[in-house]
Design a protein around this ligand. Structure first.
Ligand SMILES: Nc1ncnc2c1ncn2[C@@H]1O[C@H](COP(=O)(O)OP(=O)(O)OP(=O)(O)O)[C@@H](O)[C@H]1O
Length: 317
């Protein structure tokens, strides 16, 4: 019996821009019906990976397969992929419906199929109320949803979204999350890059953490998070002023380490020593001369995994 290929298979993908590596031999498999969140610092290679999967770029070496085909070389393979770039790729003077009709035409849909597809994506992205309005007159959140709607016209089974909620307000973010949850429920494969851990925890089945063009951690989100349930809470100490040497020693003794680039934020990723609650910890630190203004207590989550994955690299460097 022939086993169908996975929705996405990336094998040893490497790509450099003018001699500077953006991806350095990345392997990744994504099965149909999965939502994968791509996380990583700026410049990690998330957008490059998404553009490779969308067929907009070809790797220098290694393989990119979507449903067993080559998205760069084969237009038919691209027809099964919806790509939502970071920037709004719509005609600003045309209405949302007109834009969608243009994109449906470009996707090769017949006139009647176009009408149906446009209605369907307007409904799925909750855009009916603004369908007749020129894109330029819409809020950023609506523009982003229209951008997503345009990628769904050909009913793709892989949808790639590059930071779809960047810079939008909370309501627009919730509306975009609802669209993505709907895609997942409908059985589509979704790959979404984000810097937002809460968003990734809410939407994803799997997570992939990239840095410097390499995959640092990939796996089932629930399985990765399970050991954290028993982990101690994390503490963040916010300083009123940069702590002096004695206060720094007291913070380190209590399990805190400074946040890179912010001398007023100290973090105890695996719980502060002493097992005190936030108020008692604040009082204890102040008693030892630490100019702490506030202690934030948080359950460990995806951000902890992320810090651990990237922190291990720093420690090894
Ligand atoms: N078109 C390009 N020309 C030259 N260099 C590029 C190009 N696109 C990406 N790069 C470089 O490749 C590296 C990876 O960039 P990429 O945009 O994939 O990262 P990213 O993880 O998406 O970052 P961000 O979170 O900032 O969007 C960076 O060093 C970037 O400067």
């Amino acid at each position: 019996m022939n086993v169908p290929p996975p929705l996405v298979r990336v094998e040893g993908a490497a790509l450099a821009f003018r001699g500077r590596p953006a991806l350095r031999g990345l392997d990744l498999t994504v099965e149909a019906g999965t939502t994968l969140a791509l996380l990583g610092p700026n410049g990690a290679g998330k957008s490059t990976l998404i553009r490779l999967l969308a067929g907009r770029l070809a790797p220098d070496s290694g393989g990119i397969r979507v449903r067993g085909g080559d998205p760069h070389g084969d237009r038919a393979v691209r027809g099964h992929i919806g790509y939502v770039p970071q920037e709004i790729a719509l005609y600003p003077r045309l209405s949302v419906s007109e834009n969608l009709d243009v994109f449906a035409r470009l996707a090769g849909l017949s006139r009647s199929a176009r009408r149906e597809a446009v209605q369907s994506v307007l409904a799925r992205c909750a855009l009916e109320a603004v369908a007749g309005r020129p894109v330029a007159t819409l809020s950023g959140g609506y523009q982003r949803r229209a951008n997503i709607a345009a990628s769904l016209l050909a009913a793709p089974d892989l949808i790639l979204l590059d930071e779809p909620t960047q810079g939008v307000d909370l309501d627009a973010r919730a509306a975009i999350h609802a669209v993505l949850a709907g895609l997942r429920a409908a059985g589509a494969g979704v790959i979404v890059s984000t810097h937002d851990f809460t968003e990734a925890e809410r939407l994803a089945d799997r997570v992939a953490i990239l840095s410097e063009g390499r995959l640092r951690l990939e796996g089932d989100l629930a399985a990765l998070m399970r050991p954290l349930a028993a982990a101690p809470p994390e503490h963040e100490a916010v300083m009123e002023a940069a702590p002096g040497p004695a206060a720094q020693s007291a913070l380190r003794e209590a399990g805190f380490a400074p946040e890179a680039g912010d001398s007023r934020l100290w973090r105890a990723d695996h719980g502060a020593a002493g097992g005190l609650d936030g108020a008692a910890l604040l009082a204890s630190l102040r008693g030892r001369g630490v100019p702490a203004a506030e202690i934030r207590v948080r359950r460990p989550g995806l951000e902890t995994l992320y810090r651990d994955a990237l922190g291990a690299l720093e420690a090894a460097a």
